[in-house]
Design a protein around this ligand. Structure first.
Ligand SMILES: O=C(COP(=O)(O)O)[C@@H](O)[C@H](O)[C@H](O)COP(=O)(O)O
Length: 355
């Protein structure tokens, strides 16, 4: 079984200077697409499940789908990560369910909507890190609230996101606070706010450095060079799929995502995990719309779901190649079990290095 922790994966990524896309999963087709692409280019994989995914698929289905991926592709290291845990309880249940990594998002209160105080964030994240590390499981924390620097708002399409309008001090992670946060919480990876947001409507025009603050990634990395950084809301919102969706009956507004080259620049400066969900949603929707419009007699869902899988897989492959994770699955070597990771935490081998 090639279940790997986020920590081991990101340590390898940092050592070899690459980044990993973390794709959200809710169903079999998404998992097929991600695994087929990873198999084609020899990339390790991060599958992540949100609260929405758990309520859509049901926790046992999600767990068994991931187990099936691991069984079918034993040569590919797969990290099963819980996306945006709104409370320590959510994280504990994911650990119980077999996830090898959890995100405690204490940037918002348990309702997933109200911005939390720094002290609250430190307290709940540390609580999760203590328990997760005692189980060998990795922890991602978040500092700063995700949201658009154009509008001050979080992404609208996601159940999880700050309500109302936020000012720039909340929408941008502060480098010194990031160092203090990592030291106090002992997280393995830190999600930072730099102007990205969840969903398709991130930017009203191709983003400039004013609204997509890659310079802030660089400042944070300069302050904490040994900490693995995470970019959320990092779909590129492919224009070709947007056009196909609209050509075949869709009604999406003009919008822009995070250009792949900007993510690659972030990877050069400590970004190791890149969250992507919307791109696969758009590819699947476009492919299904196109298939149903062009083959009006078809009533076999396998035919259009295969088209959706192919479309999603092409995006996954492109991201593995652009982020440099292609070719790395076979170079990871021995995978530490959760129990070995637990002992490494106990010995202090994995304590974050923050000066
Ligand atoms: O950053 C993320 C995705 O970014 P994206 O929209 O693809 O730019 C994820 O962390 C989100 O949490 C995920 O899309 C949430 O999905 P649901 O809550 O709708 O399942």
């Amino acid at each position: 079984m090639a279940l790997i922790t986020l920590r081991q994966l990101l340590d390898h990524a940092a050592e070899h200077g690459y980044g990993l896309p973390a794709f959200n999963v809710n169903n079999m087709e998404q998992i097929h697409a991600i695994m087929q692409a990873a198999d084609a280019v020899d990339s390790p994989v991060i599958l992540q499940g949100s609260a929405g995914a758990r309520s859509y698929a049901g926790e046992p289905f999600l767990r068994h789908l991931v187990a099936a991926a691991i069984e079918m592709y034993p040569h590919i290291p797969v990290c099963m990560h819980q996306d945006h845990g709104a409370s320590p309880g959510v994280c504990m249940r994911s650990i119980q369910s077999g996830f090898s990594s959890v995100m405690m998002d204490g940037s918002l209160l348990e309702d997933g909507k109200t911005p939390a105080s720094y002290e609250y964030n430190v307290r709940v994240t540390r609580q999760v890190a203590d328990i997760a590390h005692a189980c060998g499981v990795s922890v991602e924390g978040e500092l700063g609230c995700l949201g658009s620097l154009e509008t001050g708002k979080a992404g609208e399409e996601d159940g999880h996101g700050a309500e109302g309008e936020l000012d720039h001090s909340m929408l941008l992670t502060d480098p010194d606070e990031a160092a203090d946060f990592v030291q106090k919480t002992q997280v393995d990876a830190l999600a930072i706010a730099i102007g990205t947001s969840h969903g398709a409507y991130k930017f009203s025009q191709k983003p400039t450095g004013k609204v997509l603050r890659i310079d802030r990634v660089k400042e944070i990395h300069a302050r904490i060079p040994n900490v693995h950084l995470v970019m959320h809301g990092s779909s590129s919102v492919p224009e070709d799929w947007l056009a196909i969706i609209n050509r075949y009956g869709g009604d999406m507004g003009q919008t822009y995502g995070v250009p792949v080259e900007e993510i690659v620049e972030g990877i050069k400066h400590g970004v190791r995990k890149v969250n992507i969900d919307t791109d696969l949603r758009m590819a699947a929707t476009g492919a299904i719309r196109q298939h149903l419009a062009e083959d009006r007699k078809n009533f076999d869902p396998r035919k259009f779901l295969k088209e959706a899988t192919k479309a999603m897989s092409a995006i996954c492959k492109a991201r593995y190649e652009a982020f440099g994770s292609a070719g790395m699955a076979s170079r990871i070597g021995r995978i530490y079990s959760l129990d070995e990771m637990r002992r490494r935490y106990e010995k202090g081998e994995l304590a974050p290095r923050v000066s």
